[in-house]
Design a protein around this ligand. Structure first.
Ligand SMILES: *Cc1c(COP(=O)(O)O)cnc(C)c1O
Length: 391
């Protein structure tokens, strides 16, 4: 398929790196054992593969292997962290603080807890997407048990000041959870230096397989209590039951190893491509960058386009480039992104937005081709004066 559009939606998912796939393959058939089979060789083989991956993942965030709980991805990790802490600390307090621009995998569990009687503060963000630490300070209550703030946003790439947030939480003995699905493998994360107590990770955003992720849960200073959300066997120290999916875990470990090794060089290469794309696109009038210009992931560019209809814009882009729009479509209706709305963007600019996520396999040639096509599409729409629909 030589005519497939150029893939620039690496925030949604990434292809599995060939080196990751090669590491996984023997664990489907040859080393097929159940890591819980402690009485024979087959179990030991699987356990050895898992142990190595757990070690790599733990080290990459300055944790110890016993603090890594494998899950099906960041969605499950977020659910386990938020519901698991809420249940375990229920008698201490019922107040949780999070942010309006979090991923739905954080927002939805928080809303669910509201329905059970917990109180949740959804902090607003500033126009650049960063939270105001003074507002966080004011949001703490004596009954606050958990703060959940993502490291980097999945739409606008904005990086929150986690170390400062961690220090504030620690001072008040409030647990800090961070959804690091986007930041992990792209910027340095350190659970000790940042005082993070729970951290959600996923493999498929860093060239690992889908369906595997992890929750880091601090074991010391403080030892985090967590109510399991999936009950069954005693896997993962009783915190998440179910037979461990060895091939996925081995692939996750390999993906992390590669991401850590290549973090600096890839970060720089990708940042240069992003800069190149922005320099070309920003030559047009009426193009706005969404999110903080510097405190953002090297791979992320999110823009709004004045004077064009969002849907028409994306229809025009589709044949050449695979990107995401700043709106979520359910079957019946389209709503502008809750992240862009939280920045205070007017509706037309929230609809007419493009999220570019540059990844490991993108080349300068591709970036140039995309820039050319985006510019041509915008110019054509503006000239044709396609009416901007209100919804
Ligand atoms: C992708 C993503 C998730 C969901 O992760 P899955 O592993 O697909 O469940 C959660 N949070 C953020 C910020 C993400 O980007």
């Amino acid at each position: 398929m030589s005519h497939r559009p150029i893939y620039l939606d690496n925030h949604a998912t990434t292809p599995v790196d060939e080196r990751v796939l090669a590491a996984m393959l023997p664990y489907f058939s040859e080393h097929f054992g159940n890591a819980a089979s402690i009485n024979h060789y087959y179990g030991w083989e699987a356990e050895a593969g898992i142990k190595k991956a757990r070690q790599i993942i733990a080290e990459s965030i300055n944790a110890i292997p016993e603090e890594i709980i494998f899950t099906s991805g960041a969605t499950e990790a977020n659910n386990l962290a938020i519901k698991g802490v809420a249940e375990a600390y229920f008698s201490k307090g019922r107040h949780i603080i999070t942010v309006q621009t979090e991923h739905n995998a954080v927002l939805a569990p928080c809303r669910y807890l509201q329905s059970l009687g917990f109180e949740v503060t959804f902090l607003p963000v500033q126009p650049d997407g960063l939270i105001d630490l003074k507002q966080l300070e004011q949001a703490f209550r004596p009954d606050t048990i958990l703060v959940s703030v993502m490291a980097a946003n999945n739409e606008i790439g904005v990086i929150q000041p986690l170390a400062e947030i961690g220090a504030m939480c620690r001072e008040r003995s409030v647990l800090l959870h961070s959804d690091c699905a986007q930041a992990f493998g792209k910027i340095h994360l350190d659970v000790k230096a940042m005082n993070i107590d729970l951290m959600s990770l996923t493999a498929h955003k860093i060239y690992g397989p889908k369906g595997i992720g992890a929750l880091y849960v601090r074991r010391r200073n403080p030892r985090v209590q967590l109510s399991p959300q999936i009950h069954g066997g005693s896997q993962e120290w009783g915190r998440r039951a179910g037979t461990l999916f060895t091939p996925q875990i081995v692939g996750f470990g390999k993906a992390v190893e590669l991401a850590v090794t290549e973090l600096e060089t890839e970060g720089q290469r990708i940042a240069q491509l992003k800069q190149r794309l922005w320099e070309k696109l920003s030559q047009l009038q009426g193009i706005y960058l969404n999110g903080h210009p510097i405190k953002r992931l090297p791979c992320n560019l999110n823009i709004s386009v004045e004077g064009v209809d969002g849907q028409a814009l994306h229809l025009g882009l589709q044949p050449v480039v695979a990107v995401s729009s700043g709106s979520a479509c359910s079957t019946a209706k389209t709503t502008p992104s809750h992240v862009l709305t939280a920045l205070g963007l007017p509706e037309n600019l929230a609809y007419a937005s493009i999220r570019f996520g540059i990844g490991r396999y993108n080349t300068q040639e591709e970036i140039d081709k995309v820039a050319e096509h985006v510019i041509a599409t915008i110019q054509a729409l503006r000239q044709a004066q396609i009416p901007i629909k209100t919804r």
